[in-house]
Design a protein around this ligand. Structure first.
Ligand SMILES: *Cc1c(COP(=O)(O)O)cnc(C)c1O
Length: 322
């Protein structure tokens, strides 16, 4: 690590964290799929972060919930769709820390007692639905519930994707650097943007030469969201990246819509299950891996280059598909 990376690394360590996961997560080669796609592909198992069914939100929550505790909050609100992996993991993390989670979810997607919703039932989580497409409505409702409770409350935005949450994936990039393999490409799902922004910023700092590819599973303007979150996260670390060269690309893999399975994504879920015994999910990682396959088939990875796929979790969603 050069001197600048070392000093940024120290600033990263200075942010308070609560320990929720088991790190570092493993990295290993996908032997059969490497042969099948004729590329050199590895996987980072952030589906094995150790909380709930694993997943990327654990890294964000270590920072966000430390902030909630520091502010003396007793209630933690978050939101997402009815099957939100993020909301379920937030509830699991709050239970561990003795905080009270309240999930105010959009009444969109599978609302029956299946998948992540079933896991929330097991955990005794307070789940409320709002029949709205606007997160602003939901944040207003949280403020109303929070104010009425008379105790301190903390609102984690959808997906935990603010600057502080994104630092969890700056940390992940540093972890990859410490795992000593070098990668030319990192591919991951982008849903609310924090994971991608953190990884792209982290790659700039700790994995020079690595391109990061965000596979967009939703239709939000990620060409605006990604650089904005990167800039805000960089500011938290006291650095200015505004004149840096772009080290990432974005690819649309959304298909028929957010949280609606795509044929391409389903085929990728099956391929990974059949070839490697690893389970992807229909909403994020299946579509993201389908994007990686598309990139491989279009010759975007040169011979001899190493590709790392970040498995961001989502297993709960598998049990909510019909
Ligand atoms: C939330 C989520 C993502 C996307 O991460 P963002 O930071 O929201 O972009 C990817 N995979 C899974 C399984 C997720 O739950």
């Amino acid at each position: 690590m050069d001197a600048l990376a070392k000093s940024i690394s120290q600033r990263l360590d200075a942010f308070p964290r609560v320990s929720l996961g088991v790190f570092p997560t493993p990295v290993h080669r996908l032997e059969r799929i490497s042969k099948y796609l004729n590329i050199d592909i590895f996987i980072k198992r952030d589906d094995m972060t150790g909380l709930g069914l694993g997943g990327n939100k654990t890294r964000k929550l270590e920072l966000l919930l430390a902030d909630a505790l520091r502010q003396g909050c007793g209630i933690v609100f978050t939101t997402g769709g009815a099957q939100s992996n993020h909301a379920m993991l937030t509830a699991a993390a709050c239970n561990r820390l003795g905080l009270k989670p309240i999930l105010v979810l959009k009444k969109r997607g599978v609302t029956e007692n299946l998948g992540n919703r079933f896991l929330e039932t097991l955990m005794g989580t307070d789940v409320r639905y709002m029949d709205t497409d606007s997160y602003d409505d939901i944040y207003r409702e949280m403020d109303a519930i929070g104010a009425a409770s008379g105790i301190g409350y903390y609102i984690i935005p959808c997906g935990g994707s603010n600057a502080l949450g994104s630092l969890g994936y700056v940390d992940c990039a540093r972890e990859i650097a410490s795992q000593s393999l070098k990668f030319d490409h990192i591919v991951l799902a982008e849903g609310s943007g924090g994971t991608m922004a953190g990884m792209a910023l982290g790659a700039k700092l700790f994995l020079p030469g690595t391109q990061v590819h965000g596979m967009m599973v939703d239709t939000d303007p990620f060409d605006v969201i990604t650089p904005r979150l990167m800039k805000e996260a960089a500011e938290l670390l006291g650095i200015d990246i505004s004149s840096d060269e772009k080290n990432y690309t974005l690819l649309d893999v959304c298909g028929p819509g957010y949280a609606i399975p795509s044929d391409e994504g389903n085929a990728a879920v099956r391929l990974m299950a059949e070839q490697e015994g690893i389970f992807l999910d229909p909403v994020y990682t299946g579509k993201a891996f389908a994007g990686l396959i598309r990139m491989a088939q279009e010759g975007m990875f040169k011979p001899g280059e190493r590709v790392l796929f970040i498995h961001t979790g989502g297993a709960g969603g598998l049990f909510a598909v019909r």
